[in-house]
Design a protein around this ligand. Structure first.
Ligand code: NAD
Length: 253
C-alpha cells in the first residue's frame, strides 16, 4: 500500500497503545506525511514521543470541543500544505457515570457531551476538510460492534457509535460527488486508555479471544493496515462502509 505524497491528519493519539498510533505508524510506513494532535498539556508529554517516532510534520493541540483550536489546525494545514488527502478521527469520550449506567438512566448532559465529542466532532472535521480536499480525499473514523448489537457494559456508547456509523453513510453521500470518501473501521476490543473506562473490559477481551473465528485478539497494527488501505487510492470505490477488523467476531451468533 502506497501513500507516497499524501498528507494526513491524525486525531486521537493518547499514547503508544492508541489505535490512532497503530494507524499513524502504518500511514507513515506507507510514505504519508502526518499532522498529529494532542488533547491538552497533560497529554502532550505522552503524544510528543509518539509524534517523534512517526516523524510527524506538525504536532498541534486539539480538543475537538474547542472551535478555535479546530479552526487553527485546519488553517495551519491550509497554510503549510495547501491541501489534505486524508484524516483519521479516533476520538471518543463519555462521562463516567453515564458510561457505567444503564442507557435508561443516561443524563441529557452526558449524552450530549458523548455525542458531541464522539460523533459530531467527525462531522465538524469533515466540514473543515472538504475545502482542503479539492482533488478528493478520504475520511476515516472508528466504531465498535456495540453500535449494532447490545454489548454488555458498552451502554450509551452503543447509541453514540450507531449515530457515528450513520453519519459515515450520510457524509459519504454528501461528499462522494466531490471525490471524498468516508469510511469507518470497527475493531475488536483492544487494551487502550479509552477501553479501560469500560467496566469489565476483560470479559470482552476473553470473549473475543474465545469466540472470534480466528481465535485471537486484533492488534493496532491490524487496524493500521485496514486504515492504510482505506485512505489509499486502492480503495477508490469504497465509501460509506464500516469495515470490521475483529478476527471475524461479528459473524458469530
Ligand atoms: P485512546 O484512549 O488511546 O484514544 C482515545 C482518544 O480520544 C485519546 O487520544 C483522547 O485524547 C481522545 N479524546 C477524547 N476526548 C477528546 C476531545 N475532546 N478532543 C480531542 N480528543 C479527545 O483509545 P482508543 O481505544 O485508541 O480509542 C480510539 C477510538 O477507537 C475511539 O473512537 C474508540 O471508541 C474506538 N474503538 C476502540 C476500541 C477498543 O477496544 N479500544 C474498539 C473499537 C473502537
Amino acid at each position: 500500500m502506497n501513500l507516497q505524497g499524501k498528507k494526513g491528519l491524525v486525531v486521537g493519539i493518547a499514547n503508544e497503545h492508541s489505535i490512532a498510533t497503530g494507524c499513524a505508524q502504518a500511514f507513515a510506513n506507507a510514505g504519508a506525511e502526518l499532522v498529529v494532535t494532542y488533547l491538552n498539556d497533560k497529554s502532550k508529554s505522552y503524544v510528543e514521543p509518539v509524534a517523534t517516532v512517526l516523524g510527524a510534520a506538525m504536532l498541534l493541540p486539539l480538543d475537538v470541543q474547542d472551535d478555535q483550536q479546530l479552526d487553527a489546525v485546519f488553517e495551519r494545514i491550509a497554510s503549510q500544505w495547501g491541501g489534505l488527502d486524508f484524516l483519521l478521527h479516533a476520538v471518543a469520550y463519555c462521562p463516567k457515570d453515564d458510561l457505567h449506567g444503564r442507557v435508561t438512566d443516561c443524563s441529557r448532559a452526558g449524552f450530549a457531551e458523548a455525542m458531541d465529542i464522539s460523533c459530531h466532532s467527525f462531522i465538524r472535521m469533515a466540514r473543515k476538510a472538504e475545502p482542503l480536499m479539492k482533488n478528493g480525499g478520504s475520511l476515516l473514523t472508528l466504531s465498535y460492534y456495540g453500535a449494532e448489537k447490545v454489548v454488555n457494559h458498552y451502554n450509551i456508547m452503543g447509541p453514540v457509535k450507531a449515530a457515528l456509523e450513520s453519519s459515515v453513510r450520510y457524509l459519504a453521500a454528501d461528499l462522494g460527488p466531490s471525490g471524498i470518501r468516508v469510511n469507518g473501521i470497527s475493531p475488536g476490543p483492544l487494551q487502550t486508555r479509552a477501553a479501560s473506562g469500560i467496566a469489565h473490559f476483560d470479559e470482552l477481551i476473553n470473549q473475543a479471544r474465545q469466540r472470534a473465528p480466528k481465535r485471537h485478539l486484533v492488534s493496532i497494527e491490524d487496524v493500521g493496515n485496514m486504515a492504510t488501505f482505506l485512505v489509499s487510492d486502492a480503495a477508490t470505490s469504497v465509501t460509506g462502509d464500516i469495515s470490521f477488523v475483529d478476527a471475524g467476531y461479528h459473524v458469530m451468533a
